[in-house]
Design a protein around this ligand. Structure first.
Ligand code: GRF
Length: 212
C-alpha cells in the first residue's frame, strides 16, 4: 500500500474534490490531499478545500504568457507541497508535457461520458443530442490530448427518455464520485498497470481489489 500525496486541480464547483476529501476523512483512502489549485478565483472548490483544512491556491492562468509557463508554476507549487499524484477534477484546461513529464503516468482526469465518446465540454448535452441510450463516467490517465489517455475505469449510466442535460449530468456525477475514489484506491494499492497495446496505443489495466 502506498499512501499518495495528492494535488487536485480544479476550476469550479468541486464536488469530485469533496468526494476525495470525504473519502480521506472517513479513512476509505489512506492518501492525503496536500494542495488544491484552481485557475479560477472564488470558486466553491477552493472553499471546500479550506473547509477540510487543505492548502488552497488560486493560480490564475491569465497571468501567464502560455500554457507551458502556467504549468511550470503549477508544477512548482505541487512539488513544493510534496505532491506525488495529481487529480484533474473539473480542471477546465488542457495540460502540457511540463506537468505530464513532472508526474509521469501520475495524472488522472475524471470525465462525464464513456470516452472516447463525447470528449470536451458539455458531454451530457452531447449524449442527449446524439440520442445515445447509455452514457456514464470515465477516469483516465492524462496525456497531451483532450480527454484522451489510457482509460482506467468507467461506469455506465442509462439515458432516460425524459432526460435533460442537467438530469443526466446529475446522475453521472453521482457515479463520478464513486469511480474517482475507487481509482485513487487502486493507485494506492498498486493495482494499476500501464502497457502498450497492439497498435502502440497505451492501455491501462486495473486489477480488481476489495472494496472499502
Ligand atoms: C465533472 O463532471 C467532471 O467529470 C468534469 O467536470 C465536472 C466537475 O465537477 N471534468 P466538480 O467540479 O467536481 O463538481
Amino acid at each position: 500500500m502506498k499512501a499518495l500525496s495528492i494535488g487536485v486541480l480544479v476550476s469550479g464547483r468541486g464536488s469530485n474534490l469533496e468526494a476525495l476529501l470525504n473519502a480521506v476523512k472517513e479513512h476509505r483512502l489512506q492518501s492525503r490531499v496536500a494542495l488544491v489549485i484552481s485557475n479560477v478565483a472564488n470558486v466553491r472548490a477552493l472553499e471546500i478545500a479550506r473547509e477540510h483544512s487543505v492548502p488552497a491556491l488560486h493560480l490564475a492562468h491569465t497571468a501567464f504568457a502560455d500554457r507551458a509557463s502556467y504549468d511550470r508554476a503549477v508544477v512548482e507549487a505541487l512539488t513544493g507541497a510534496g505532491v506525488s499524484f495529481v487529480v484533474l477534477a473539473g480542471f477546465m484546461r488542457i495540460v502540457t508535457p511540463v506537468l505530464l513529464d513532472a508526474f509521469a503516468d501520475r495524472v488522472i482526469n475524471i470525465h462525464p461520458s464513456l470516452l472516447p465518446s463525447f470528449p470536451g465540454k458539455d458531454a451530457a448535452k452531447q449524449a442527449i443530442t446524439h440520442g445515445v441510450k447509455v452514457s456514464g463516467a470515465t477516469v483516465h490517465v492524462v496525456d497531451a490530448g483532450m480527454d484522451t489517455g489510457p482509460i482506467l475505469a468507467q461506469a455506465p449510466v442509462e439515458v432516460l427518455l425524459d432526460d435533460t442535460e442537467q438530469s443526466l449530468a446529475a446522475r453521472i456525477l453521482e457515479k463520478e464520485h464513486v469511480l474517482l475514489v475507487d481509482v485513487v484506491r487502486a493507485f494506492e494499492e498498486e493495482r494499476v498497470h500501464l502497457s502498450n497495446g497492439t497498435d502502440g496505443v497505451r492501455l491501462a489495466r486495473v486489477v480488481p481489489g476489495g472494496s472499502r
